[in-house]
Write a protein that binds this ligand. Structure first.
Ligand code: C2E
Ligand code: CA
Ligand code: CA
Length: 596
């Protein structure tokens, strides 16, 4: 039976106190070497085997740092300090085994066998007690003298100061000094508790690619200064009392309470107007490319990631419409959910052997109709969503590091297939599509060599297809890597040619061996004289530069004949064959009469 004394009272202001504990974000897992050192010093100075910092939670006391104690937490009513009540702090017990308040406490009767106890409170500036700094001996002892008690109180003060500074650090963006997203989540939560209506204005100030370019050209310091200047500009517009938050490295946020939709929109327009003027940073005028997502908040949106993501999706939506601001719509969340499902499923799909597969689309020579090679194209059968096209999931994967795993998977499968074909006497070239970033480091090239060796495939039998945008994003690194691979015999084709920058003088420096004219030009051949002239010119210029030319997406005989008359080298498209699984491809090859 629980004795009368064991039922501990809840102190006054418990809700407020508990909130403060939550606010400090001191989870029992946050290990901090300073707290550890402080309890060590406490134990040493006061010559006790056990010292700890105890924080009182709703249900338990847990130890932020401890020395000489195996426990991580205890039920709340076993806490000596809490039990004794805040008014009795600091608390000293010479021998708990004979003290009626504690003699039945499991920490006295069992492990660690407390006899002597002294605890001083951890008090906030406004007088709330969050926990205590405690020392324990397993032998009875005299109470601490005044000097010793003062020392313990001073040490408790240091613990408290450390907690506050850690909290400030976790709430403040160091560059701009603004409150960060953690703090915004917290403020949102508080508003929800009061059931107040509110809106988050999420301001996407700079596109990520732009930031990458700025950092690359001018350095991190410059970008930080730019953020400080941007903060200043925004502050000039914001009415007094409305807080600006730094929501992510390139995004700001404003939390508005009880504000009409019109007022939110009007403020957004003013913020956007202010960012239309270039921001002067270190004497260099920089143009922000701002977009705003407006997110009405309801208590369902509770956690930090969801408001941020929903706000971002509204801001992205605004940019995609070429508008500068947009309200969040539930459809955006659905699109997001699908993206999440896809992105979240890629790793699993790579592990399973029945979700991803490659299909192969032949290319034929326009001089003799021979099949010159095949392009490997990725297919995904998602367990819940069914077939998902590469145009949907590859751009998503390209936004994350997952794309490298995907490329490696394709490389592995394609080379494995190639070696099987070679073993059965089929002499084919396989092209695979490479994404931006794959060649930013030498890792991919090394893995490629390794895999080619592993499968005994000659470099000449492999072709890598890149789009122009990939080449332009990091020309130096790409060229170096590509040149090395070219030197080893791997072929390189520029994909979707004509849709990007198509800068000829630049292209000359790209170590490519072939150029694929984008399907959109081939589509327009019959109708548009401009496309005819363009395609003819591309073929001539590409030949002058020594490139093989491949026309993509050839669907009609008329287009095929026209391209052949301009000496286009190869054709790929539904007219010749659709992408096929390996078996169907072999059958297709065998049935073709012109296969030598
Ligand atoms: P792409 O590299 O330009 O691939 C050609 C796309 O056009 C393929 O679509 C192909 O099925 C389609 N196509 C070929 N001939 C015709 C035609 O005559 N008419 C029409 N309407 N379409 C034709 P798919 O397989 O859906 O791939 C789309 C894009 O996804 C590819 O464009 C490529 O950018 C990307 N992709 C596919 N597989 C991979 C991969 O393994 N890795 C990477 N990084 N990207 C891939
Ligand atoms: Ca391609
Ligand atoms: Ca293409």
């Amino acid at each position: 039976m629980v004795s009368e004394q064991m039922i501990a009272p809840y102190p006054e202001h418990e809700t407020e106190r508990q909130k403060r504990v939550d606010e400090l974000y001191l989870t029992s897992h946050s290990q901090d070497p300073v707290f550890e050192k402080l309890v060590e010093i406490t134990a040493r100075c006061l010559k006790v085997p056990i010292a700890f910092v105890s924080i009182l939670d709703n249900q338990r006391q847990w130890f932020l740092a401890r020395v000489g104690l195996g426990l991580e937490e205890t039920p709340r009513n076993q806490s000596f300090c809490f039990y004794a009540g805040p008014q009795q702090l600091p608390l000293q017990v010479s021998d708990a085994s004979v003290d009626p308040r504690f003699q039945h406490n499991p920490l006295v009767t069992g492990h660690p066998g407390i006899r002597f106890y002294a605890g001083v409170p951890l008090v906030t500036e406004d007088g709330l007690i969050l926990g205590s700094l405690c020392i324990i001996d397993t032998q009875p002892r005299h109470e601490l003298d005044e000097a010793e008690l003062t020392l313990m109180q001073k040490l408790a003060g240091v613990v408290m100061a450390r907690m506050t500074s850690m909290r400030d650090k976790s709430f403040v963006d160091p560059t701009t000094g603004l409150f960060n997203s953690v703090r915004l989540s917290d403020d949102i939560l508080r508003l929800h508790e009061r059931a107040a209506s509110s809106t988050v204005i999420l301001l996407d100030a700079y596109a990520l690619q732009y930031v990458k370019d700025v950092v690359k050209a001018l350095g991190f310091g410059f970008f930080n200064d730019l953020l400080i200047e941007t903060t200043r500009t925004l502050h000039q517009i914001l009415p007094r009392g409305i807080g600006l938050y730094k929501a992510s490295p390139t995004r700001f946020a404003i939390l508005l309470e009880d504000t009409s939709r019109q007022a939110c929109e009007a403020l957004s327009v003013r913020l956007l107007e202010s960012l239309k003027q270039p921001i002067l940073c270190q004497g260099i005028p920089i143009q922000a490319q701002a977009a705003i997502g407006l997110l009405p908040l309801h208590p369902g949106i509770a956690d930090h990631s969801s408001w941020l993501l929903l706000g971002i999706s509204a801001a992205d939506y605004a940019s995609s419409l070429n508008e500068c601001w947009a309200w969040f719509k539930p459809e955006l969340e659905l699109a997001h959910q699908r993206s999440f499902l896809l992105l979240g499923g890629i790793a699993e799909a790579l592990r399973s052997d029945d979700q991803f597969r490659l299909v192969y689309q032949p290319k034929i020579s326009m001089t003799d109709g021979r099949c010159t090679g095949v392009e490997a194209l990725l297919r995904w059968t998602h367990p819940e969503l069914g077939n998902v096209g590469p145009t949907e999931f590859i751009p998503l994967a390209e936004k994350t590091a997952l794309v490298h795993d995907l490329t490696l998977w394709v490389l592995h499968k394609a080379l494995q297939q190639l070696s099987e074909w070679q073993a059965s006497g089929l002499d084919l070239t396989v092209s695979i599509n490479i994404s931006a970033g794959d060649l930013e480091t030498p890792v991919f090239a090394e893995q490629l060599r390794e895999q080619m060796q592993h499968f005994g495939v000659k470099p000449e039998a492999l072709e890598l297809e890149f789009t122009e945008s990939v080449l332009i994003s990091n020309p130096r690194a790409m060229s170096e890597q590509l040149q090395r691979l070219r030197d080893e015999g791997v072929q390189v084709a520029i994909d979707d040619f004509g849709t990007g920058y198509s800068n000829w003088s630049y292209l000359r420096q790209v170590p490519a061996s072939a150029l694929k004219i984008d399907k959109s030009f081939v589509d327009g051949l019959q109708e548009h004289a401009v496309d005819r002239r363009l395609v003819r010119t591309i073929i001539d210029l590409a030949h002058d530069l020594g490139y093989r030319v491949i026309a993509e997406g050839v669907e009609t005989q008329k287009d095929y004949d026209l391209l052949a008359s301009w000496s286009c080298d190869e054709a790929q498209g539904y007219l010749i064959a659709k992408p096929m699984p390996p078996d169907a491809l072999v059958e297709w090859l065998v049935q073709r009469p012109d296969l030598a």
